[in-house]
Design a protein around this ligand. Sequence first.
Ligand SMILES: CC(C)(COP(=O)(O)OP(=O)(O)OC[C@H]1O[C@@H](n2cnc3c(N)ncnc32)[C@H](O)[C@@H]1OP(=O)(O)O)[C@@H](O)C(=O)NCCC(=O)NCCS
Length: 178
Amino acid sequence: MKLDPRPRAAGDERLSIAPMADVDVREVMRIEQQSFTTTWPANAFYQELHDNKLAHYYVGRVDDRIIAYGGIWVILEDSHITTIAVDPSHRGRRYGEVMLIRLLDEAIARGASWMTLEVRESNDVAQALYRKYGFTTVSTRRGYYSDNNENALVMWAGNLKSGIYENRLRALRSTLIE
Ligand SMILES: CC(C)(COP(=O)(O)OP(=O)(O)OC[C@H]1O[C@@H](n2cnc3c(N)ncnc32)[C@H](O)[C@@H]1OP(=O)(O)O)[C@@H](O)C(=O)NCCC(=O)NCCS
């Protein structure tokens, strides 16, 4: 599947999204280390790819180079974003948004009605992205992040299979596809 990000700068390219494979993990780890203060080890990705039947991970490429990735778990009607990141050199060009849409599409196609995630209280950028896609904060997990004892906001988006959400997604998607 290919979606065109709405260009914000000359030279922006399409994000080509495919399921994550073992050979991608090295490049994913490069972005992981630049994106999170507490990083997953490579083994966590391999385990997700091989041992977790509920897990679905994707990479996004521009010019054959991985610049984004994301993952979800889908458990019946519930889905959970486990990770999403864009290479710092490619942020602010709608690639995160395109990856989030891919995760939502996958969850909905697999029957999910709800999606949840945890996000650092200080992560205004990610929270703004999630709010744009209908996520709201439902609770706070105090001291959830052990590196600095930061709180996590738990955000949810619901009724993903409803006509209202379908329309919202269609409208947002139309700003990305030419
Ligand atoms: C969060 C992240 C994936 C967003 O990806 P991105 O490609 O930079 O974001 P996009 O260009 O797709 O922007 C989409 C929306 O995100 C929000 N956003 C993006 N950059 C922003 C900024 N600098 N300030 C405020 N909001 C911003 C906006 O809502 C934006 O929509 P808008 O332009 O219509 O307002 C990226 O910043 C990232 O990898 N961060 C580090 C990892 C991380 O925090 N992951 C989330 C963990 S919960």
